[in-house]
Design a protein around this ligand. Structure first.
Ligand SMILES: Nc1ncnc2c1ncn2[C@@H]1O[C@H](COP(=O)(O)OP(=O)(O)OP(=O)(O)O)[C@@H](O)[C@H]1O
Ligand SMILES: [Mg+2]
Length: 364
């Protein structure tokens, strides 16, 4: 066993189903033992394909996938020792919950007493201890998904793959299950590769997130870095809410540039993978912007703004403004700091810190 190397390694992996288009383009990804890594991206970006190649249900067209330092290309799925949970990975309907959980153990020739013990522990872990004698048809969707999770974990695999396992559940149950899966991961120390297109799910559970688009990892980072420091406009737009302003990159000094917004003036920003003269899209998070009816200090970047609409959302107020010709510019104002000058029609200024305004690749 290679204790120092990554537990899972995708090395220059490509996949084509039709021999023409690559749906996975030169994927390189290392996952450490015990890590929770999420593949996040829009529909069709190649997430499931990547998971299926690791599971062994699809083969890579090019490149290698290694598990614990060994190539797994030639090991059949059931010999990889991987637990799996999918959105529609049906439980066996004719078997009870206990029998469903015992199945992966009987395949592995585990004795009766040990099987009973492991099944009981796995069901307790997902709080389904009282339901062992029911059939799947007698359980709610959320309960079935818990049983599926217990079945994936019951044989104590070192690696668990989950593909949109919570997709069919309502919002409240989904959020509850996110915490449960996160806690189970933490307490068992099992390595998890998780697939979702739901960014808040990815942010809640993951140690690291690989953001996919069009078969390419756009950025691989921990949740905080991904949200606070997106590398490009796709990631800025896909994770969280984002305000955009287009301009041209000026001189860059120590990572800071002055972006020319044409008729709307010039504004300081953090330069991210752009060069002088490039067209750029500025990215700003709505909660990092302040609105004031007075002009802010000259040391802070600011632009004139006009309030267009207020939307009350309980804990915060979404304020839609016209800023530099963008009428969809959103500022989030916490309910506790709402002032009475904030009304539609009011003119003032929006301001922010230079590090909260990122000059990224031009997004159009
Ligand atoms: N069995 C298949 N045969 C041919 N093309 C496929 C097959 N499975 C997936 N594809 C194509 O490969 C691309 C990637 O699909 P994949 O299922 O990996 O995307 P995904 O990111 O999981 O999307 P979703 O979020 O919708 O599940 C898509 O263009 C899809 O149409
Ligand atoms: Mg998929």
């Amino acid at each position: 066993m290679s204790s120092s190397g990554p537990f899972v390694r995708y090395q220059n992996v490509q996949k084509s189903y039709d021999g023409e288009t690559l749906v996975v383009k030169n994927l390189n990804l290392d996952i450490a033992k015990g890590e929770f890594v999420t593949m996040l991206g829009p529909s069709g970006s190649g997430k499931t394909t990547c998971l299926m190649m690791l599971a062994g249900f699809e083969t890579a067209t090019h490149g290698d996938i290694m598990l614990d330092g060994k190539p797994i290309n030639n090991i059949p799925p059931h010999k990889r020792g991987i637990g799996m949970v999918f959105q529609n990975y049906a439980l066996f309907p004719h078997m009870t919950v206990n029998e469903n959980l015992a199945f992966p153990l009987s395949v592995r020739k585990i004795g009766k007493a040990e099987t009973e013990e492991k099944v009981r522990r796995a069901l307790d872990m997902v709080q389904m201890g009282q339901f062992g004698d029911r059939r799947p048809g007698q359980l709610s969707g959320g309960q079935q998904q818990r049983v599926a999770l217990a079945r994936a974990l019951v044989f104590e695999p070192e690696l668990v793959l989950m593909d949109e396992p919570l997709g069919a559940l309502d919002k409240q149950l989904r959020e509850h299950m996110q915490y449960e899966i996160k806690h189970i991961h933490e307490s068992l120390g099992v390595t998890v590769v998780y697939v979702t297109h739901d960014q808040s799910e990815a942010l809640t559970m993951s140690n690291r997130i690989a953001v996919f688009d069009d078969g390419i990892i756009q950025q691989l980072a921990d949740p905080v870095t991904l949200y606070e420091k997106p590398d490009n406009s796709f990631v800025a737009q896909f994770i969280g809410e984002n305000n955009k302003l287009n301009g041209t990159v000026g001189a860059i000094s120590k990572g800071v540039t002055t972006v020319d917004l044409g008729a709307h003036g010039k504004i300081k920003a953090t330069a991210v993978n752009v060069s002088k003269g490039d067209k750029t899209t500025l990215s700003m998070r709505p909660e990092r912007i302040q609105f004031s009816s007075k002009k802010p200090a000259a040391s802070k970047p600011s632009l004139p703004a006009k309030v267009l609409e207020l939307i009350y959302l309980g804990d915060h107020i979404r304020c839609r403004m016209d800023v530099a010709g963008n009428e969809e510019f959103i500022v989030k104002v916490p309910n506790s700091s709402l002032s009475s000058d904030l009304k539609p029609g009011v003119k003032g200024h929006v301001s922010w810190n230079t590090e909260d305004c990122r000059a990224l690749d031009f997004a159009g």
